[in-house]
Design a protein. Structure first.
Length: 265
């Protein structure tokens, strides 16, 4: 005969839920880069601010076996724990292929196929995946449903208009690669739409123009400082407003040093 137990009180249930969310956030944090990446010619930094305890934005950057540098940043549909779980699925899939050095278009195409195999209804992701060859100062980018990225050169900040279907939605799609030749001093900013969709008390969005304005003013800043200025400007812009989307961004800065080897310091 089963043993009857008293139902848990609401306080205990809420406490358990808070503990589970805290653990989920800790797990999600280890999927992010632990520190900036630095070589003799490249510095990459990032910023991640989920709107809830956990979020659906994700990113990573890393050295590839051939000495090139890989970087991806993505966003899944939805918010909160379900979005975080789907982001973990996307990251796990990417980590199974990205460090093989495959071309960005191949990686995103394989991500699309594997997400479709999972068959999770009404779930998909947008992503940009880039590989930077520091010897040629050349970046190859595949974009799938995301805005930008932004090229910061001198005191100018231009939006790269790239297109592609979000992985997890359609089978049989192909992806293109865009080649960007960097000059010394250039920076490339990748960001999710949480930055541009942030609203102020009048309902106006910060939008890409707002990000561009900050990047132009702070064009000479190191990646971490530039991101700090961008996120601070968004916080000031949206003061007294509750935001509804996660925010994630990464900046790659190219500054070759004489006689540099490209290896991490």
């Amino acid at each position: 005969m089963p043993v009857l137990t008293q139902p848990a009180d609401l306080h205990s249930i809420e406490k358990l839920r808070e503990q589970e969310l805290e653990e989920a956030r800790a797990i999600q944090s280890v999927m992010l880069p632990g520190e900036p990446l630095r070589t003799d010619c490249v510095t990459i930094s990032h910023e991640f601010q989920p709107v809830a305890e956990v979020g659906g934005d994700y990113l990573d950057y890393f050295l590839l076996p051939d000495g090139m540098i890989g970087l991806y940043l993505g966003d899944v549909c939805g918010k909160g724990l379900p979005a975080a779980l789907y982001a973990a699925l996307a990251v796990g899939t990417l980590r199974g292929v990205h460090k093989t050095g495959q071309a960005p278009a191949q990686v995103v195409s394989l991500l699309n196929k594997r997400l479709l195999l999972r068959g999770i209804t009404e779930r998909y992701t947008v992503i940009q995946y880039a590989i930077f060859d520091s010897l040629r100062a050349q970046m190859r980018i595949t974009s799938a449903g995301m805005l930008g990225p932004l090229l910061i050169r001198g005191n100018e900040c231009s939006v790269l208009q790239l297109a592609g279907f979000p992985p997890g939605l359609f089978s049989g799609v192909s992806y293109d690669e865009f080649t960007l030749n960097l000059e010394p001093g250039d920076s490339v900013l990748f960001c999710t739409d949480g930055l541009t969709d942030a609203r102020n008390v009048h309902g106006r969005e910060f939008d890409l123009g707002g990000v561009q304005d900050v990047c132009r003013r702070q064009a000479g800043d190191a990646p971490a400082a530039l991101l700090n200025h961008v996120f601070s400007a968004i916080q000031e812009f949206s003061r007294n407003c509750v935001q509804s989307d996660d925010m994630a961004a990464a900046v790659l800065h190219y500054a070759p040093s004489p006689g540099g080897t490209g290896l991490t310091r």
